[in-house]
Structure formats: structure tokens, C-alpha cells
Write a protein that binds this ligand. Structure first.
Ligand code: PFF
Length: 467
């Protein structure tokens, strides 16, 4: 067990083992990558890129990762390691030590709420992936046309019963691991499954190259056409940088509290951000050639990967095998992220309400599962129901759309903004220097970015979109 984690066992009277810690030195990279790489990379990134016109959006997204996401990730990990507890108590410990307002711990509370709301619809999408394992394994995709594949997908969305079944299975998988603590095998799973997912994505990119439309896809992703970029698109790109890196929620704080002191926060954060970005770009390179080769719509929305990749699996040699493997790996990626979404709420219930791990997991998981039903219905029976439709900003947004918008575009950036302000303006410079242990020039670059650029960029995008 690491120094940081044994230090973490103090105030709350919990031992590291009872909190279910990771065991190896690489715990942080594994846990953080497991959380970061998920549906956001393979499902969400390609479809929002398609909806927002491609290249210019991707460029803004990459800028957001580098200039907003990475500095905030470093700040979150640093706060976690400094505080040495769960996010709420880390904030409490640091504010107490620095004689700062205890209200800062609300920052962690925003995160707990965001995780809960995200998981409710994330689990529904995880359910789609679960359902596609069966569809692929039983050969239903073989030789199907784009229209037929589209019909399989609409059939799934149109059936509340099927969606509920798979949503239930996904939530149960998440709850199972969270209830037992994070250790039971997950660490090993991440080490083996993440590289496997990566290799399979490379195979898909290889297949995409044979479609003859690879050049179009590269141009679509990397040739910026700023006339296609809207201000709303900038907000989506920024929100997605937070979502895909699992920022603004305290997750990186929680995992950072177990990071041994001698390990570089900057290098590990950079490794996680780079891996996450590479997976997203590979997903784009695998999907868009198929979109163009089959005359599909890049802006098809959330169903994009469930209509493009199955088409490829239905046509390529050994497609059933590759397809099944792909969806299994996607489920693992979603699973490790799902676990990290439920963990903060469960920890909070344990610490604040004194529930034991099993009861708190059941309470949090069932509440989340119930809210997920609203997202399921908004794909079919409630597809015309826009609860906040009277506000122009939310016009036509179903419950599912609203949850996605509220979390990714508002709560996570807000959480990230508060982290930047807290670390950049309230924590002592000595504490930051001590934790980050960077060369003076690199430190000063990070510090300036976090103090000035990051908060201003997030605030400007926010305000612009509100007005
Ligand atoms: N980063 C995950 C993904 O890209 O799928 C989603 C996510 C997990 C968001 C954990 C936020 C979070 F705290």
C-alpha cells in the first residue's frame, strides 16, 4: 500500500483496505485511465464531432484538452494527494489547514451530483453495447445493408422493455464491483482489457482504410472549416473535454489521494490525457470512413457508432468474432468508467450517512437506475416530451438530452472552474510547488494557465452560451 493511501486512512477511521484501494504503484494511471477511457471516447466523441461539422470542432476539442483539461486534471490530482481523503474530506482538510472557508467542500458535492446524473444515462448506453454483443455474436449483422442495420438499432430504441433489461444488467455490473470495493480484479482487468481495446480499434482503423474513404475521413476530422463551428459547438467541445477526462467530479481527486508522493503528477496526468485522446481519435478514424463509404449521415447523433461499426462487422472477414470482441471490450471500458461514476456518491453516503458499503451501493445504484428509466422512455414513449422546452436553450431537448447537457456542459465545467480557482487562487504556492515538484519554468506555465487562462476560458464559453 502506498504512503499516500496509508495516510488517507486517518480521520475517517477507515483503513485503506476498507475503502477498497488499488494495490500497485501504477494504481493511479490504471484507475484514472479506466475512468477516462469509456463511452465518451468511442460513442460520444465521434457523434458530437459528426454533429458539429468535424475538423474545426476537433481542433477546439484538442485545445480544450491541452489548455483546460490537462491543467485541471493536474490540479485535481494534486488536491487529492494533498488532502489524502475522499474528495469532500480532502477539501475539508486543505481548507482547514489553510484557514479557508469550509464552503469549498461544496465543490466536491457538485461532483457527487454530476456523477449520479451521468451514470443514470451512461448506463442506458452501456446497455446498448451489452445488447449488441448478442446481436453480433449471433450473426444478425452479416451481410446486412445500412438500412437493415439502422432498423436493428431503431428496433432496440423503440423497445422500452429491452432497454430496461440491458440498463438493469449494466447497473448491476457496476454495483457489484462498487459494493465489493474497487480491488476485486478490476485492476487486472484494466491492464489487460484497455490494451486489447486499443488493438481492436487499430484493426477497425485498418478495415476502415480498405473502404477507400479513409482520406475523406482524415480530411473531415483534421481539416478545420470554421464556418461549420458554432458557439454552441465550442461549449460542447469544452464540456466533452471534461467528460472524457472524467474531470470536474472529484474522481481524479479521489484517485489522486492514493498516488504515492514520489510520482510525478504532471507526467501521469499527461499520460492519461494522451491515451484518452488517442483512443477518441482512433474511434473517429475507424468510424468516419464507414460513414462516407455507405452514404451515411455524420451528424446522425447518439446512434452513430451503433449504425456504422455493425455495418463493418457485417462485411469484414471474421466480422462476427471481431464485432463481439469489440462490444465486449467497449462494455469493459464503460464498466470501469461507470464504477468511477458511482464511487463518489457511495463514499459520500458511507462517510456522511454512516451507511455500510453494501447498503450505500444499493441505495445509490437503485436511485440511479430509477432515474435511468426516464432516459429510456425519452428514446421512445417520451421522445416528444421536452420538460424545459419553454426555454429556448432547452428547446426540443428530451430528458436524456437534458441530463447530458446539464452534466457535460454545465456541472462538469463548473466543477472544473471551481477546482482551477481553488488551486490557483486559494491554495498556497508552496503547497502547489511541493506537490507538483516541477522545474520552475514548467511550474510557472501550469500556474499561469490555471490562474488566468483556464477560468477565463471556461467562464467566457459559459456566459456566451447563456446569453
Ligand atoms: N470519462 C468517461 C468516458 O469518457 O466515457 C465518462 C466519465 C467517467 C465522466 C467518470 C465523468 C466521470 F467522472
Amino acid at each position: 500500500m502506498s504512503n499516500a493511501s496509508s495516510a488517507a486512512s486517518g480521520v475517517m477511521g477507515q483503513t485503506p483496505a476498507s475503502r477498497g484501494l488499488w494495490s500497485s504503484r501504477f494504481a493511479f494511471i490504471l484507475a484514472a485511465t479506466g475512468s477516462a477511457v469509456g463511452l465518451g471516447n468511442i460513442w460520444k466523441f465521434p457523434y458530437i464531432t459528426g454533429e458539429n461539422g468535424g475538423g474545426a470542432f476537433v481542433l477546439v476539442y484538442l485545445l480544450c484538452i491541452a489548455a483546460v483539461g490537462l491543467p485541471i486534471m493536474m490540479a485535481e490530482v494534486m488536491i487529492g494527494r494533498r488532502g489524502g481523503h475522499s474528495p469532500v474530506n480532502s477539501m475539508r482538510a486543505i481548507t482547514k489547514r489553510g484557514k479557508l472557508s469550509p464552503s469549498w467542500r461544496w465543490l466536491a458535492a457538485v461532483g457527487v451530483l454530476a456523477g449520479f446524473l451521468i451514470l443514470s444515462f451512461y448506463s442506458v448506453i452501456g446497455g446498448w453495447a451489452l445488447s449488441y454483443v448478442g446481436t453480433t455474436a449471433t450473426g444478425q449483422l452479416t451481410g446486412q445493408s445500412a438500412d437493415q442495420i439502422g432498423a436493428i438499432f431503431s428496433g432496440l430504441l423503440g423497445s422500452p422493455g429491452k432497454l430496461l433489461l440491458w440498463h438493469t444488467v449494466f447497473m448491476a455490473l457496476v454495483m457489484l464491483v462498487v459494493a465489493r470495493g474497487l480491488r476485486g480484479g478490476l485492476e487486472r482487468a484494466v491492464t489487460i482489457l484497455m490494451p486489447a481495446l486499443f488493438v481492436l480499434l487499430l484493426i477497425m482503423v485498418g478495415y476502415a482504410m480498405t473502404t477507400g474513404y479513409f482520406g475523406e475521413a482524415v480530411a473531415f476530422l483534421f481539416q478545420p472549416d470554421f464556418s461549420k463551428l458554432t458557439t454552441a459547438g465550442v461549449l460542447v467541445a469544452m464540456g466533452h473535454a471534461f467528460f472524457t477526462l472524467s474531470l470536474g467530479m472529484g474522481i481524479m481527486m479521489a484517485y489522486g489521494s492514493y498516488l504515492p508522493k514520489g510520482i510525478s503528477i504532471a507526467k501521469t496526468s499527461m499520460a492519461v490525457s494522451v491515451m484518452d485522446t488517442v483512443v477518441a481519435l482512433l474511434a473517429g478514424l475507424a468510424i468516419f470512413p464507414i460513414v462516407f463509404a455507405n452514404g451515411l449521415e455524420p451528424g446522425a447523433g447518439p446512434g452513430l457508432i451503433f449504425q456504422t461499426l455493425p455495418l463493418a462487422f457485417g462485411q469484414m472477414p471474421m466480422g462476427n468474432l471481431f464485432g463481439t470482441l469489440f462490444f465486449v471490450l467497449l462494455i469493459f471500458a464503460a464498466w470501469t468508467s461507470g464504477i468511477s461514476l458511482l464511487e463518489p456518491l457511495v463514499e459520500w453516503l458511507e462517510e456522511q450517512k454512516g451507511m455500510n458499503r453494501t447498503v450505500s451501493t444499493l441505495a445509490a445504484g437503485i436511485a440511479c437506475w430509477l432515474l435511468g428509466i426516464a432516459s429510456i422512455l425519452s428514446l421512445n414513449l417520451w421522445s416528444d416530451f421536452a420538460p424545459l422546452g419553454m426555454f429556448s436553450m432547452f428547446e426540443g431537448k428530451t430528458v436524456f438530452d437534458l441530463l447530458d447537457f446539464l452534466t457535460a456542459n454545465i456541472l462538469l465545467p463548473l466543477g472544473g472552474l471551481l477546482v482551477a480557482v481553488f488551486a490557483g487562487w486559494f491554495m498556497s504556492r508552496e503547497a502547489l510547488e511541493d506537490e507538483l515538484a516541477l522545474a520552475p519554468a514548467s511550474f510557472s506555465m501550469w500556474y499561469r494557465t490555471l490562474r488566468y487562462f483556464t477560468p477565463v476560458a471556461v467562464a467566457v464559453v459559459f456566459i456566451y452560451n447563456l446569453v
